[in-house]
Design a binder for this molecule. Structure first.
Ligand SMILES: C[S@@+](CC[C@H](N)C(=O)[O-])C[C@H]1O[C@@H](n2cnc3c(N)ncnc32)[C@H](O)[C@@H]1O
Length: 298
């Protein structure tokens, strides 16, 4: 079993969050009380033995430590499930409706930043064949589809259905397919765009993803992205924002809870990582509160 930082105990169902990335409970997926009484129960004994073996072999399903960064559980399945379930309410985040309404001052600031980000993206020299990865409900796809031949991909069908409706409403066309953002490129294109995806790339895999992004592009092709800054009012009312941790809880309107990778990158570290991945003219700036705006040339 993969190491988990937060889980319901497999035996008694008690919710538990581990204290460190090496806790035996996380491998066994048992709460401390059940680990403590493993001597009395065959199932608990079996789980504990397996957990000890997994811990000494290195955590299956975790990424390798890189540059002193602690290993992070592979949350890709949980992230996909979260965004599939969130598809009907995803645009509330952009529109500041429902749980995402944070009062007139913060909502106004959000809308102003969203306008700045839109104008920034619209002003980039994006043309020709364009690929958008992890496109979700297609908030940015309508803008991109007006600039060239757009292929938009996401791991989930449900948000893509919304993207399709959005493009149709604008009388725009695009190639829309389910495709994992980590899948190897099948061609080289003129421009690659990712909205709010880099923050879902674990720190230990940033170089891997940026190298993949570069392989999507023809020489001279443009990589552009918009992402999150850790403003406390950027998410839903019940969402805490922390730049310190890499895994964050996310709730849906119906109370269901998931975990996602959420890394709040600093502009300078992204610029350095883009250059290290072979990009030139790497430039990452910010809007006043909420967004990172990045571009680089392959
Ligand atoms: C934060 S949303 C961003 C959506 C959109 N790009 C935007 O800017 O509004 C992240 C998206 O990534 C998708 N996703 C999650 N894991 C993925 C993966 N491994 N490959 C491709 N898409 C993935 C989710 O379905 C979701 O639509």
């Amino acid at each position: 079993m993969a190491f988990r930082t937060a889980f319901d105990c497999l035996w008694c169902g008690t919710a538990h969050v581990v204290g460190s990335p090496d806790d035996l409970e996380g491998y066994a997926q048992l709460c401390p009380a059940c680990v403590g009484r493993a001597g009395e129960n065959g199932f608990l004994r079996f789980r504990l033995k397996a957990a000890l073996a997994e811990r000494s072999a290195g955590a299956p399903g975790t990424s390798a430590p890189a540059d002193g960064v602690p290993p992070v559980e592979d949350l890709s399945g949980e992230m996909k499930a979260y965004y599939a379930a969130r598809a009907p309410e995803y645009d509330d985040w952009y529109l500041r409706t429902g749980r995402y309404s944070r009062g007139p001052v913060h909502d106004l600031a959000w809308t102003a930043d969203l306008d700045s980000a839109t104008l920034w993206l619209d002003g980039l020299p994006i043309q020709g064949e364009i690929v958008e990865l992890a496109a979700g409900t297609g908030w940015w796809s309508a803008l991109l589809a007006g600039k060239g031949v757009l292929s938009l991909y996401d791991a989930n069908e449900l948000p893509l259905d919304r993207a399709r409706d959005r493009l149709l409403a604008h009388g725009l066309r695009a190639h829309i397919h389910v495709r994992d953002a980590w899948a190897e490129p099948d061609r080289a294109v003129d421009a690659l765009y990712c909205g709010f995806w880099l923050s879902h790339v674990p720190r230990a895999r940033l170089t891997e993803f940026l190298e993949l992004a570069r392989r999507w592009l023809k020489p001279g092709g443009l990589f552009a992205f918009i992402d999150s800054r850790p403003d406390p009012h950027s998410g839903a009312v019940d969402q805490e924002v922390s730049a310190e941790v890499e895994v964050a809880p996310r709730r849906l309107a119906d109370g269901r809870e998931f975990r996602v990778v959420k890394v709040y990158w600093q502009p300078a570290e992204l610029e350095a990582a883009l250059r290290a991945a072979g990009f030139s003219r790497a430039e990452v700036t910010t809007t006043s509160r909420f967004f990172l705006l990045g571009s680089a040339t392959a």
